[in-house]
Design a protein around this ligand. Structure first.
Ligand SMILES: Cc1cc2nc3c(=O)[nH]c(=O)nc-3n(C[C@H](O)[C@H](O)[C@H](O)COP(=O)(O)OP(=O)(O)OC[C@H]3O[C@@H](n4cnc5c(N)ncnc54)[C@H](O)[C@@H]3O)c2cc1C
Length: 484
């Protein structure tokens, strides 16, 4: 049964109240556009929500704000907060990589990117991770290729998204070592090498040379929920926006090639439907999920788009974060608070996940205890090496991560008082993964249907910063459409 209730007519309806939905919602509300966000959960925030864990309050996924910009002021998150005149105090965070061995427990070898080094960072990292120094001819060859990508703009990168990087490499380099190093760029870009295209490599590699190392930052106070989500949601509501929670959109209404609104229910399985109408619908939940759940019909996508959406869905598999409450401080708080761990016990040093102290992400911690979070490989990272995620892989990933944590900080496992695992769909990877075709923020064949969030562009800035990047041009397009 579909019920049409009063006051459910808007100019713009946004599906999903994650950072993507809140960002575009805030810009439109400021312009006086009558906007509503429909959010399935009881509160907005999406993957930037916090969770309670045995007296701690922590990001539901362990996050740092990552950007390919050289300075925080050039990130889109920062630009959005400045544009809306919302305060944003931040700290930058170093990104150390730690190599650990069985032979020397507790003796970690560290490597940290040095932005001043540019492409040379890459050579140093290669030597650290493999233990093999590059010879001069390989360095020269890699520098030559890095230079080709260095000056490509985002627009130029978009033009070559269809050119297979593997094919390009075959034609453009003879040096076997240089080829091997570049083939291993796949996981860095977010997809297996066979799926990587030249546009994405040029986008990431080129920026890498320019800025020297990815920028990692985090709010100075509070978690992402209190520092990003709460101010945006507050701004949106103060400017007349409406957040309708506990409503799951089931269907985008399309009539004669135009979006007309959405049908929502009070939970995923309910038969009680409500209709909300608007000439503009913005899908700010991951597009491939919307298609998989038939919220947007596959038949309304062009062939190219359908293929791209499927490719993104293939990459968006379960990822694992682990939460550990230790009964005492095992990891020195004044040392590295967030590290990328490489374990040498698997032949060449193998990335087993991240280890991050709750103090680093401003989590609320229980006094006298230590909160440690982990991003555990065995799931999406493994997919980059062509291995699908299965529960046994997830369990193996967890075992490897725990073994590495114990080697790095002896006594870790014994000190665990509580362990929590958070298996959630949509890890960062697809957010900067490679699409065979670059999607646009506007549907190619449905008028009034737009897209926001991190599941659209593969070129540009990675992960959650993309939500803010997309919001600026999206605002222009939506206003133009409404005026017309
Ligand atoms: C483990 C993990 C680690 C990450 N680490 C980082 C990091 O270090 N740095 C970084 O920048 N990013 C990171 N990310 C990515 C970041 O979380 C995303 O880029 C960001 O949350 C995307 O925002 P979004 O608004 O597009 O989507 P989401 O945050 O997913 O929000 C979508 C919203 O839509 C709602 N929704 C879904 N279906 C419906 C429906 N049918 N009807 C109504 N509402 C619906 C959801 O409930 C959700 O609130 C990480 C993600 C994960 C999972």
């Amino acid at each position: 049964m579909v019920k049409k209730a009063a006051a459910k007519s808007f100019d713009v309806l946004i599906i999903g109240g994650g950072p993507g939905g809140l960002a575009i919602g805030s810009l439109l509300a400021r312009d006086g556009v009558k906007t509503a966000i429909i959010e399935k959960q009881s509160a907005p925030g999406g993957r930037l929500r916090s969770v309670d864990f045995h007296g701690c309050r922590v990001d539901s996924a362990i996050h740092f704000l990552v950007s390919l910009a050289g300075a925080v002021e050039r990130t889109y998150t920062y630009k959005m907060f400045t544009e809306l005149r919302l305060p944003f105090e931040y700290k930058t965070v170093p990104w150390p990589m730690a190599k650990i061995t069985k032979e020397k427990p507790g003796q970690i070898e560290f490597f940290t990117m040095d932005p001043k080094l540019g492409a040379a960072n890459f050579f140093a990292f290669f030597a650290f991770a493999t233990g093999v120094d590059m010879d001069e001819s390989t360095r020269t060859e890699l520098t030559r290729i890095a230079t080709i990508t260095e000056d490509m703009s985002e627009q130029e990168c978009r033009k070559v998204v269809n050119v297979s990087f593997a094919d390009w490499l075959e034609k453009n380099t003879q040096d076997p070592m240089a080829k091997a190093v570049l083939q291993n760029m796949g996981p860095i870009i977010g997809a297996p090498i066979k799926d990587v295209n030249f546009g994405m490599v040029a986008n990431a590699f080129g920026t890498f040379n320019r800025v020297g190392a990815p920028l990692i930052w985090y709010p100075k106070n509070g978690t992402l929920e209190t520092a990003i989500i709460a101010p945006l949601a507050g701004y949106f509501k103060e400017h007349g926006g409406k957040i309708i929670t506990k409503r799951a959109v089931r269907n985008v209404i399309i009539e004669r090639g135009r979006a007309k609104g959405v049908i929502a229910s009070d939970d995923d399985n309910s038969f009680m439907m409500e209709e909300y109408t608007a000439p503009v619908v913005i899908c700010a939940m991951p597009l491939f999920q919307a298609v998989a759940q038939n919220i947007i019909k596959r038949s309304t996508l062009t062939k190219d788009w359908a293929e791209t959406v499927k490719r993104a869905a293939d990459l968006a598999i379960h990822d694992l974060s682990g939460f550990y409450l230790l009964d005492r401080d095992v990891i020195p708080r004044d040392g590295h608070g967030w590290i990328h761990m490489f374990d040498t016990d698997y032949g060449i040093p193998t990335y087993v996940g991240d280890l991050c102290l709750g103090t680093y992400t401003n989590a609320r911690e229980v006094p006298g205890k230590q909160l440690v979070c982990g991003l555990v490989v065995g799931s999406s990272e493994a997919n980059n090496f062509g291995i699908p995620t299965r529960m046994d892989m997830v369990r193996a990933g967890r075992r490897k991560w725990l073994a590495a944590a114990e080697k790095a900080y002896p006594g870790f496992n014994k000190a665990i008082q509580y362990e929590g695992m958070n298996l959630q769909l949509n890890f960062t990877r697809y957010a900067y993964a490679v699409s065979p075709v670059e999607l646009d923020i506007q549907s190619p064949n449905i008028k009034g249907l737009y897209f926001a969030g991190d599941s659209i562009w593969s070129i540009g800035t990675p992960m959650s910063d993309k939500c803010f990047q997309i919001a600026f041009p999206l605002r222009e397009r939506v206003l133009q459409y409404l005026r017309a």
